[in-house]
Design a protein around this ligand. Structure first.
Ligand SMILES: [Zn+2]
Length: 248
């Protein structure tokens, strides 16, 4: 592999068959199979901070490095994904929405989804102590590229502070809601002091990537093990050229 595979999950659980919106659901049995396969295949599951070291050249690039990311911090992460991750000793990065801790995924109602519960601050602290990395997914889950610059800054900086207060620990990683980002959003993430930012561009992360616009691959409802393997090894298609910061 040419870099690190950052996989993107949303909800993991027991869901009815679905015809649409499949990208943000993963059946827990499939998830268990995927994790067992990563273990058997000798993949090295990294924390985001470890992946950053490899991408920066501060640590050797593992031949099969993977980062597991979970957007929105659903309670079903704790219920279904966490026990499976623990069984394998795998770390993960969970991105929480700071103003919605312990509430529900209310933004999903607009698209006709159910609005499942989101993890509370106490739950996030529990996971953080168990080695799960907690990152920010903004303060209120808005499309950043569609907001005014001041609002972007507020979403990015306020969520960092609120999550750091809730956890009593640094929050170094950001994930753009809906993958929506532009140069203003990327610069706001840089100014706020985050070390990484993840998008929904479908590629593996390489040392050439800006750490604040790292691509990811979504694992969705319809993905069999072969589908995940194929996505990891062959699907490498960014939808658009990366947002480039002026670097000093
Ligand atoms: Zn989200």
């Amino acid at each position: 592999m040419k870099g690190i595979q950052i996989l993107m999950y949303h909800q993991v659980g027991d869901f009815p068959e679905m015809a649409s919106h499949r990208a943000t659901y993963c059946d827990h049995r499939r998830f268990a199979t995927q994790m067992a396969w990563l273990k058997l295949g000798g993949y090295q599951v990294l924390r985001m901070e470890e992946a950053l070291k490899c991408l920066r050249g501060d640590a050797p690039m593992p031949p099969r490095g993977v980062v597991l990311t979970f957007d929105d911090a659903y309670e079903n992460f704790y219920e279904y994904a966490f026990p499976i991750l623990q069984k394998h000793g795998f770390p993960a990065t969970v991105y929480a929405i700071s103003s919605l801790l312990g509430q529900s995924a209310s933004w999903l109602a607009a698209d006709g989804h159910a609005t499942p519960p989101l993890m509370s601050a106490a739950r996030l602290r529990q996971l953080h102590s168990a080695g799960i990395e907690i990152g920010s997914h903004s303060a209120s889950h808005v499309r950043l590229a569609e907001q005014g610059t001041e609002h972007i800054r507020e979403e990015v900086t306020r969520s960092k502070k609120e999550l750091e207060d809730a956890l009593g620990a640094r929050v170094d990683h950001f994930c753009y809601p809906y993958g929506s980002h532009d140069i203003r959003a990327v610069e706001a993430v840089a100014e706020a002091g985050y070390q990484s930012g993840t998008t929904c561009e479908r590629a593996w992360a390489t040392p050439e990537d800006d750490p604040l616009t790292l691509p990811r691959k979504a694992v969705s409802w319809g993905d069999s093990l072969v589908g995940v393997w194929w996505k990891m090894h062959f699907k490498n298609i960014s939808k658009r050229p990366p947002v480039r910061r002026q670097t000093a």
